[in-house]
Design a protein around this ligand. Sequence first.
Ligand SMILES: Cc1cc2nc3c(=O)[nH]c(=O)nc-3n(C[C@H](O)[C@H](O)[C@H](O)COP(=O)(O)OP(=O)(O)OC[C@H]3O[C@@H](n4cnc5c(N)ncnc54)[C@H](O)[C@@H]3O)c2cc1C
Length: 274
Amino acid sequence: MLEHLEEYHRPRDLHQALELLRRKRINTVPLAGGTNLALSRSPRLEAVVDLSELVLDFVGIGTTIRLGAMVRLQTMVRASEIRDIAGGVLSEAARREAAYTVRNMATVGGTVAVAESTSELLPLFLALDASLDLDGGEAIVPLAEYLTRKSTYMHRLITAVIFPNPQGMGVGTYRVARLESDEPILTAAAVVKRDGDRASLVRLAMGGIQRRPIRLLEVEGKMLAAGTIDGMLEVLPEVSKAVTHRGNLRASAEYRKEVAPVAARRALLAAWGE
Ligand SMILES: Cc1cc2nc3c(=O)[nH]c(=O)nc-3n(C[C@H](O)[C@H](O)[C@H](O)COP(=O)(O)OP(=O)(O)OC[C@H]3O[C@@H](n4cnc5c(N)ncnc54)[C@H](O)[C@@H]3O)c2cc1C
């Protein structure tokens, strides 16, 4: 593990960290919680920049919510100000992301950078319309764009995840797994703003249907045009078309196609308040 590592750095300021990460002569990557990186055997991994002294573990709650890249998943589970957001769905998604010991080390930034297909947190961030603050404010990129074109952002440092406070909106999630404690097969998250019997905003995102979690923009558009909950539910079969996952030991591609609209329906109904 990290067999080819030649350098370890723990800078105290962001500018220095960015300079180290931008070096061309030696392949240097960020080290956050290390739960994923420490297992790497890649010969290309020559130097790491430990982010732990950069004070990126801030939580800002206002009309915009800002979670620093070094916020631990367990902090998301325990911090009362995060538990208060959207009835606790964010804290619950963080809790389900990994076991307790891993959550104490794993960070928000690391989880985004790894971008597991079946993450529970990432579809929720997507449905909350999250963006990433990269390189300490040098760029703000929608999370959906980052996940779709991830290789473009390979050398950028995620400094925070930002999204509008979902106060006044319905937020719902759903997971399909063989066992309560098992890694999920599919994950879904929906955010709805209701104006009486009609939706004035719908966002839907899923994990486990493609290589990385995605936002279902076309489906969202059709749902918004439909407006009512009954109309939105009629659009759900379209979710299957977005499934490109080839299947694995947990579930086949056919199963995912069949069950994806069901998971989306349950997340949507939870967000709608039914
Ligand atoms: C026992 C065990 C169980 C696990 N279970 C799960 C699971 O159920 N679900 C799941 O999704 N994952 C799981 N993981 C994987 C891992 O815990 C997660 O992917 C974790 O969230 C990674 O976060 P980290 O802070 O530890 O990242 P690190 O391991 O430090 O880094 C991971 C990658 O992200 C990059 N990176 C880290 N921070 C940043 C940043 N701020 N900006 C840019 N790049 C960055 C690193 O360079 C590296 O390439 C598990 C790991 C272990 C050891």
